[in-house]
Write a new protein. Structure first.
Lengths: 249, 312, 307
């Protein structure tokens, strides 16, 4: 039985009278790809922020590989093997693609209080970075400034940076957001290639991507998980249909 | 050969040639003037590290000119003229002050950071003013310059000039190595995208604090140089307008570039010198000039140079 | 220690605090609504003082001086906003700091050109001179008491406008969501100019009240501005309440410190040491206070919910 790499228990977060996260229970098994879906306003962003360490929950706990990380900051979680990609592309725009990934590698390659040697000359950082760029298909664009990459390429870079940290858990926040048909398919194929080798928590709107990639799907509505299980189950669940399609299920 | 390197090398050669040219032309005043510019270029280079590359809008950098200057002055006041000692203390004391101020301020961001750094420098200014023993508001003269066991005589204007030039080049090179090292990349990355840096596993605070301390220490050296240059130390070293001037040097020269601080120091101080020659009310002209430079000339002078490597 | 003396210095502290409050309120309004760091706020304070002195001398009437000073500062403020500051709203804080720094140099020198560098002094009309006996045995200058009164009244009015009127509602809405307010058809440009004028008037008021008490000279604005920064950092940016609390705290601590720290120290350390350390420490007191507040609550005591 696969270990639960991520366990969320009774997570709660309210903004004034609004309960954005209302007692969420969730788990992610090692090697699993678990998708979280839900209509707009369900509270996905709030949930992600709490998982990533950007927002303090009001209650509940988050366990990462058995350790209680609820009170840990984002960098602290990242150091423990937690990697995320952002829904709205968040890369280092004034650095090259290779620099971007190398920085992610650097964050996990010993300390960075080295003041003299040029980091760009360090094989130990550049080589793995190049390898990851190769993996996601951006090798040819390594020297291009991130700001000059196409939107789809920037999304790829996001994922590359997450992978470069050699994470134990990948939190992907709408990886194909804003991508065209062909680009999305390429990204989905790539992510499918990661299945089994990585533990992925995937938040997505794109149903094709979700049903291709997910081993398990959880549906978030108004801050609560109303259904969780294998894709076929969830697809057939009447409550889920109601939540998405309204009264006419 | 890279066009940019050629231009910069030419600049250094020009600087090196100033004493000779000035002496031949019978205008030794220029040795003093350019030397003063170079001292401020060192201060600007130190601010460039945290502002240009680190994105920390410190409006209190002149504090370290004061700490460094007073270190020299106070030692001299008590008859200790050993330059090695004075300057080491100038640097160490500035680093310490930067550590204390930085530990409190670097945790804050945005407008708070600007206000806090300004406030702390003002505090040091008032402290200096209240030290009646060392001249209070008027400050004190430096009767004997820092002595370096016969290696160099700071009373010799040309020798002093070349010392400052060498130190300037050293500081620029040091900053260049720093900003391209692992440490520097994290600092720059945190400026470029803080959320991304945290997500990847970096905690910017420690890096920013260390950068703040290094910048303070280098500026302390500039303070020691300034004290020797003007043969005078006064609270005015730390006047808040001074901090603003140094900031402008960094911006005018081009933030986050290697030649920027020197270019900015030259531009600002030479313009000031020029305007002051025309009218005693030169600030009424400088003010609007500065405003316009911010509105229309943001890239700075370094942006006019031929393109070079990654960090500029 | 003479209790009456303490009481008087306390009142002085409140009076200073009230002036800091007027400045801080203006600065925090402008920052909160327009996201503009305006270092030249101190210049408006200075302009208020100068215009009042000049107008009072010209017309021979103190009240005319006050009125003209206030209107004049309002005018200068709005003019500055239209000419120099409009483009800064979209720029980052660094640009705003630098540009308004340039404005400071300009205003300081302009004032020096017109009125010279030596401090101007102004005399008070008879009805503002003299003393009040607030508690038996104390004599407190009428003028300072009036300053306190006016400051508190303005504070109350400000609170009323922001919390209870439509304009205030727009201001609060604008602070939390600019684009939304603009989308609702409100003339944002006009709103900004009005708010800035408001802030300028507050600074001008503080300046013209300061005239008779402090020296009117170029650079006076920056001296108080930096103290206003301390107020804002302690009180928390964006909130009027924070500005008031912060201002009173800073005003009282600073005034009492300057008055009593030296004699107080003299009880614990030798008189010559107290002689030297007293004034030094007193001038550093509010900054040390700021450091302590920051260490404990980095966002200040009453930070407004940021928009």
């Amino acid at each position: 039985m696969a270990e639960a790499i991520l366990e969320v228990r009774g997570l709660r977060k309210s903004f004034g009278a609004l309960a954005a996260t209302d007692g969420v229970n969730l788990d992610l098994r090692e090697g699993e790809t678990h998708a979280i879906i839900g209509p707009n306003g369900a509270g996905k962003t709030t949930l992600i922020s709490q998982l990533a360490g950007n927002l303090r929950p009001d209650g509940g706990s988050i366990f990462f590989a058995g350790e209680d990380v609820t009170r840990l900051s984002a960098p602290q979680r990242a150091q423990r093997g937690f990697a995320r990609s952002f829904q709205i592309t968040s890369v280092y725009r004034d650095f090259s693609a290779l620099d971007n990934v190398a920085l992610a590698v650097q964050a996990h390659a010993g300390h960075s209080f080295r003041f003299w040697r040029p980091a760009r000359a360090e094989r130990a950082l550049r080589d793995p970075a190049r390898a990851v760029l190769e993996e996601v298909g951006l090798a040819a664009r390594a020297g291009v400034l991130a700001a000059n990459l196409a939107h789809g390429e920037q999304r790829q870079l996001e994922v590359a940076m997450a992978l470069a940290t050699r994470p134990r858990l990948l939190l992907l926040d709408e990886p194909v957001a804003g991508m065209g048909q062909e680009e999305s398919q390429r990204m989905v194929r790539f992510l499918a290639g990661l299945k089994g080798r990585r533990s992925i928590l995937l938040v997505e709107h794109d149903m094709d991507a979700v049903f291709t990639l997910a081993d398990r799907i959880s549906v978030l509505v108004y801050g609560r998980i109303i259904a969780s299980g294998a894709p076929a189950e969830v697809r057939a669940n009447p409550e889920v249909r109601r939540a998405y399609l309204g009264e006419e299920a | 050969m890279n066009a940019r390197v050629v231009v910069l090398a030419a600049g250094v050669a020009l600087l090196a040639g100033v004493p000779l040219a000035a002496t031949l032309a019978g205008q030794p005043y220029y040795i003093d003037l350019i030397r003063r510019v170079m001292v401020f270029a060192i201060a600007a280079a130190s601010l460039n590290l945290i502002l240009g590359y680190g994105g920390l809008v410190s409006f209190g950098h002149a504090a370290y000119l004061g700490v460094g200057g007073y270190a020299v002055g106070i030692f001299a006041f008590y008859g200790v003229h050993n330059g090695w000692l004075q300057w080491s203390v100038a640097i160490a004391a500035s680093a310490l002050v930067a550590l204390v101020i930085g530990a409190i301020s670097v945790r804050t961001r945005g407008i708070y950071f600007i206000m806090i750094t300004l406030a702390f420098t003002q505090m040091l200014y008032f402290l200096a003013v209240s030290l009646e023993e060392y001249g209070g508001d008027d400050g004190m003269r430096l009767k004997v310059k820092s002595q370096f066991s016969g290696l160099i005589d700071l009373d010799n204007p040309v020798a002093f000039y070349y010392l400052v030039l060498v130190l300037l080049l050293g500081v620029v090179y040091l900053v260049h190595r720093l900003v391209n090292s692992r440490f520097g990349l994290v600092l720059r990355a945190a400026k470029s995208n803080e959320a991304r840096s945290r997500a990847v596993g970096f905690s910017p605070y420690a890096y920013r604090l260390v950068a703040f301390v290094i910048a303070g220490a280098i500026c302390g050296l500039a303070g020691a140089l300034l004290a020797n240059h003007t043969a005078y130390i006064a609270p005015a070293f730390m006047e808040w307008t001074r901090s603003g001037e140094i900031m402008f040097m960094v911006i005018l020269g081009g933030m986050g570039t290697a030649p920027g601080p020197a270019l900015g120091a030259f531009a600002l101080l030479l313009v000031e010198d020029l305007l002051a020659g025309w009218t005693q009310h030169w600030q009424v002209i400088l003010g609007p000039l500065l405003i316009m430079s911010v509105l229309f000339f943001r890239r700075g002078l370094a942006g006019l140079l031929p393109r070079g490597g990654d960090d500029g | 220690m003479n209790l009456i003396l303490v009481f008087e210095q306390l009142l002085n502290g409140v009076q200073f605090g009230v002036m800091l409050f007027l400045m801080a309120a203006g600065l925090t309004l402008v920052f909160g609504i327009m996201n503009l760091v305006n270092l030249a706020h101190g210049s408006l304070y200075m302009v208020g003082a100068y215009l009042m002195v000049a107008a009072a001398q010209w017309t021979g009437s103190y009240l005319a001086g006050v009125a003209l000073g206030l209107l004049g500062t309002l005018g200068v403020g709005m003019l500055t906003e239209v000419i120099a500051l409009r483009t800064l709203y979209e720029r980052d804080h660094l640009d705003q700091v630098l540009a308004t720094f340039g404005l400071i140099l300009f205003f300081n020198e302009l004032v020096a050109i017109v009125w010279g560098r030596t401090a101007l002094y102004t005399s008070l009309p008879a009805w503002l001179q003299g003393h009040l006996e607030i508690i038996p045995g104390s004599i407190y200058p009428v003028y300072r008491a009036v300053v306190i009164g006016v400051g508190l009244a303005v504070g109350a009015a400000l609170w009323y406008v922001v919390a209870r009127t439509r304009l205030g509602m727009l201001i609060r809405a604008g602070a939390s969501n600019r684009t939304m307010v603009a989308a609702l058809g409100v003339n944002i440009r006009l709103l900004y100019t009005v708010v800035f004028g408001f802030g300028a008037a507050l600074a001008g008021l503080a300046g013209l009240m300061a005239g008779p008490i402090y020296a009117v000279q170029p650079g006076m604005g920056e001296l108080i501005l930096i103290q206003v920064f301390v107020v804002i950092v302690i009180g928390g940016i964006g909130s009027i309440r924070g500005a008031l609390v912060g201002a009173l705290v800073v005003g009282i601590v600073d005034t009492l410190g300057r008055a009593f720290l030296k004699p107080l120290l003299g009880h614990f350390i030798s008189p010559p040491a107290a002689e030297a350390a007293g004034p030094a420490l007193a001038s550093m007191l509010i900054y040390l206070l700021m450091a302590v507040v920051l260490a404990v609550r980095p966002e200040g005591l009453f930070p407004a919910k940021s928009g």
